[in-house]
Design a protein around this ligand. Structure first.
Ligand SMILES: N=C(N)NCCCCNCCCN
Ligand SMILES: [Mn+2]
Ligand SMILES: [Mn+2]
Length: 288
């Protein structure tokens, strides 16, 4: 099945199913129109798919071979160049159509800049948004655009979605004040530990949308991303949190955003691909 506003791309190397019968449905969003520092997130979806070629589909940690799971890949969104709102509208329409034909589908967005998570959240209407990010993304507007990547969590908060953020180490005083005013829970990267994560996420209403802005990781893991920040989290810290979430909360959708890069085999894409396989593996463990 072809969706409006999508086109065929490089696929994962193992057998895929049609979206109508899938549990996991991958959608790339090659948009980086509001990237404010390091460009290239438009190549993220292709770079991550290519990086998966390097990985075993068998996830040792879970004794799960994700090649045996019902995964579909519906290609990339045809973006509206320079327009984050219109592109997010297309993301929303595609995911809405996907859920119409397959209510059991769990959309997995591969970005592309973080502004595009808004379209997925608008389509899926989760009760909560759990995000790993170096940045609060709570700006009212940035570079004259309220749909800039630096504003995405504010737009989502305005939808009435409960938010919890982890790995934060960058924002403005206004964003910190907005978080306090709206009771948005967030943990600074230097204070992060698993206990802090569970304490804040346990009371969140379900379903939960899980967003990973790849810049949450330490720079050594993600040198190619839109707004890099030193002092990030370790890979297994985020995987451990993701495993808890998958075990304990209903997940409405998942994304890995802000993967940039210009060359195949980019370190950032390899980090994202490993995270993608662990998410699908954790979801597939004893659960399908
Ligand atoms: N959510 C984000 N990625 N925020 C980054 C916004 C850009 C801040 N640049 C620094 C401005 C002052 N030099
Ligand atoms: Mn972000
Ligand atoms: Mn960020």
């Amino acid at each position: 099945m072809e969706f409006l506003y999508t086109y065929e791309t490089l696929k994962l190397e193992f057998p895929l199913v049609e979206p109508e019968g899938a549990r996991f449905v991958i959608l790339g969003v090659p948009f980086d129109g509001t990237t404010s520092f390091k460009p290239g997130a438009r190549f993220g979806p292709t770079l991550v798919r290519h990086a998966t070629i390097n990985l075993e589909s068998y996830i040792i940690d879970y004794d799960v071979d994700i090649a045996e799971l019902p995964i579909a890949d519906i290609g990339d969104v045809a973006v509206v160049a320079g327009d984050p709102r219109k592109t997010a509208d297309r993301v929303r329409e595609i995911i809405t159509e996907l859920k119409r034909i397959n209510p059991n589908a769990l959309p997995i967005l591969l970005g592309g800049e973080h502004s595009q998570s808004l379209g997925a959240v608008e389509a899926l209407k989760p009760a909560s948004y759990v995000v790993f990010d170096a940045h609060l993304d709570l700006r009212e507007s940035y570079e004259d655009n309220p749909y800039n990547h630096a504003c995405v969590a504010r737009r989502i908060s305005e939808l009435g979605v409960k938010e919890a953020m982890f790995g934060i180490r960058s924002g403005t005083r206004e964003e910190v004040e907005y978080a306090e005013q709206e009771e948005i829970a967030w943990v600074h990267a230097r204070d992060y530990d698993f206990e802090a994560f569970v304490e804040l996420v346990k009371p969140l209403p379900e379903p939960v949308y899980l967003s990973v802005d790849i810049d949450v990781f330490d720079l050594s893991l993600v040198p190619s991303t839109g707004t890099p920040e030193a002092g990030g989290l370790r890979f297994w810290e985020v995987v451990e949190a993701m495993e808890w979430l998958v075990e304990n909360k209903r997940i409405a959708g998942f994304d890995i955003m802000e993967v940039a890069g210009s060359g195949l085999g980019d370190v950032t894409a390899l980090t994202a691909a490993k995270l993608l396989f662990h998410f699908i593996g954790a979801m597939g463990k004893d659960r399908l």
